[in-house]
Design a protein around this ligand. Structure first.
Ligand code: MRU
Length: 364
């Protein structure tokens, strides 16, 4: 077995929920279909990178780090099952897979970061070897390394972030940032998990996270599994929750953070930040540094606009309104840095002014 996959086994105690992984024996990529949770736990598997792209697009796999790791394994499938006999032909097949995987979701920065990293590794190997199998092996090793690093980053984020949580705290979170959004532990929810493992008696308030209910479905499923007490609220309720002193802080994840600290995360995050700020409660963002795009321009953040049917219906099952209603369905919003108390990464915690502290953190 390749080294990063062997090393991943040593993190078993943190990986109670396996969201995405490489099946070493069958040489297949496997994932838990998050669309069906919390009602059904169905694992799916494939040897086809196009199927991985479809799973990302349709939110069977979602959450920025999980998307990045899965796309990297998609490249590993493309390499493993390509019929190419030369490194040149293999690189062409990998470029095709790269472009298909890249066009799945536009906001999650981890997607582009992971794909670029795997493609770079493939090119480097091709420059020093004429054996396509060497390139195949290097691609799988890089994907597994990205997977391993994601798990290690999550644990470090948990360790740093848990220091900000006191015994008895109540934490409000938005969208799912746990095992299901990463490769097995979580970022914002990983911090909550870590604090719980430390024995802190905490409680969680989770928004339902319209339109596809990552909070009501996925946080509920994960928090119940851990036995962490929680209360579910709708997305319009964080204001009264903070006003009534019912939560001590908010911790959320990120799909993309830039050097200024502007943070793109699930639609509604900005409103949570405003409610926390107006009631003097800390608002924390948790993410691995692979989520950080090295730009100073918030206009570089691409916001995904999704199918109007997600808003007109509940999960495509129950129609909420008339079929032809005009809908605006941005999947993410951008929280300005002035409302963010700190950004928690695997390399440590960045406080304001982020324009100085984030670049410093990236150099560590
Ligand atoms: O549309 P989704 O479910 O992929 O959105 C996910 C989020 O907004 C998460 O908060 C973010 O990706 C961080 S996951 C650790």
């Amino acid at each position: 077995m390749i080294e990063p996959l062997r090393k991943l086994e040593s993190y078993e105690e943190y990986l109670k929920i396996k969201s995405v992984y490489w099946d070493v024996d069958k040489e297949e990529f496997v994932w838990l279909d998050t669309r069906l949770l919390p009602f059904e736990e169905v694992y799916r598997r494939t040897r086809d990178y196009n199927r991985v792209a479809k799973a990302i697009k349709t939110l069977e796999i979602r959450g920025a780090p999980a998307i990045g790791v899965s796309a990297a394994y998609g490249m590993a499938l493309a390499a493993r099952y390509s019929q190419a006999k030369t490194v040149e032909d293999l690189l062409k097949d990998l470029e095709t897979a790269y472009n298909i995987l890249k066009n799945t979701r536009p906001t999650a920065f981890n997607l582009f970061w992971a794909l670029d990293r795997v493609m770079k590794k493939a090119r480097e190997t091709a420059n020093s070897s004429t054996d396509p199998d060497k390139v195949r092996e290097s691609v799988l090793t890089e994907a597994a390394t990205i997977h391993l690093e994601d798990v290690e980053s999550n644990i470090q984020i948990g360790r740093h972030g848990a220091k900000l949580i006191d015994n008895g705290d109540i934490i409000l979170t938005h969208c799912n940032t746990g095992a299901l959004a990463t490769s097995g532990f979580g970022t914002a929810l990983g911090i909550i998990r870590y604090a719980w493992y430390e024995g802190k008696k905490i409680k969680v308030i989770t928004t339902e996270t319209r339109p596809v209910l990552q909070g009501a479905r996925l946080n509920v499923w994960e928090l119940k599994k851990e036995g962490i007490p929680f209360t579910l609220i709708t997305d319009g309720m964080p204001g009264i929750v903070f006003r009534n002193n019912m939560a001590d802080m908010a911790i959320v994840g990120a799909d993309r953070i830039i050097l200024t600290g502007h943070t793109a995360n699930k639609i509604g995050t900005y409103m949570v930040a405003l409610a926390a700020h107006d009631n003097d409660k800390p608002f924390y963002v948790a993410a691995p540094t692979s989520t950080i795009q090295e730009t100073w321009n918030p206009d570089d953040i691409v916001i995904e606009i999704r199918d109007p049917e997600e808003v007109r219906t509940i999960l495509g099952r129950y129609r909420l309104t008339l079929e032809d209603v005009d809908v605006y369905n941005p999947s993410f919003d951008i929280t300005p840095p002035r409302y963010i108390t700190a950004i928690i990464t695997e390399k440590g915690i960045a406080y304001q002014p982020f324009g100085k502290t984030i670049p410093k953190l990236l150099k560590r």
